[in-house]
Write a protein that binds this ligand. Sequence first.
Ligand code: UT7
Length: 330
Amino acid sequence: MKKTFASITAVGSYLPKNVLNNYDLEKMVDTNDQWILARTGIKERRILDKGIGTSFMAINAANQIINKNNINPLDVDMVIVATVTPDMHVSATAAHVATQIGAINAFGYDLQAACSGFLYGMSVASSYIESGRYKKIILIGADKMSSIVDYSDRNTCIIFGDGAAAVLFEPNEEGLGMQDEFLRSDGIGRQFLKIEAGGSVMPPSIETVQSKKHFLFQDGKSVFKYAVSNMSEASYQIMQRNNLSNEDINYLVPHQANKRIIDATANRMGIKNSKVLMNIEKYGNTTAATIPLILSDYENQFKKGDNIIFAAFGGGFTWGASFLKWAYNS
Ligand code: UT7
């Protein structure tokens, strides 16, 4: 029997209109445009209005796929939302999104693996498709980071932004789609990147609010070191395992946390700058949304059969790389 592959067959995205640039941040914390650009590669990010949740962006991104590819939402089997900023802790944002896009025959749940959420989601979605159990899965990476960022903390507020993007996974019999993955996690990361309060260890209280423990905390320097070594190594591993030379790779689609982490990864892989896809300058780090936002921005450039390496590193720690053959010409 022929092996069924899981391929990406459509991409959609949504970005809020409000722009927060480096000059705006200069007025909020002790920082400057030159430092942010040199240390991260970021110029500006998008910010979603207060009172609107992550699902708003996820719904818009998923609807773009449905409209663009003329998908009947009744045929969608599953909706996964990778996010660290669900609308609510309970219930699943994905269930709400599925209903709002008319996917009433689908089931859905959220996947929390921080900046690796979309990469892990690709693993989940493709495994379901390869098994033959489901035929149409919408995987969304969506985060409203502005809802958990402390805009008086220059360690975090310069990096993060809001956004969402989605892909459709479908079966492919031509060998196109997901080929391999190398995924890892290490609980040591919990001390370096976390939201300490609001969970079962430290439920919300007046004290946790007053001590700002519901905001994202990051020891940037430590996270940076782990990110550089692990994202580079995972990307290198996926090349080795699949006998891919730097010439064989058409594009690297890396998580957009810091341009210097991306450069280190590309360097380890020995690939040219022109193959390294970035949009960090425009959107910053949108956590689970960075990878699909790259797919959305560069979709027109991809050709059927292109070899694409995905790589991510994030809170937990969680990280990995995967290898996908692109399935269509736009
Ligand atoms: O998405 C996955 C999770 N996150 C990441 O992957 C992010 C990983 N970390 C990073 O991207 C970087 O560590 C940051 C961008 C957060 C910080 O950059 P860095 O090069 O690691 O800066 P640093 O913390 O080592 O600080 C270097 C200097 C310090 O000054 P001194 O001590 O050398 O005088 C800081 O006080 O830069 C100073 N600094 C700043 N200056 C202006 C730190 N933050 C800022 C700032 N603006 N925002």
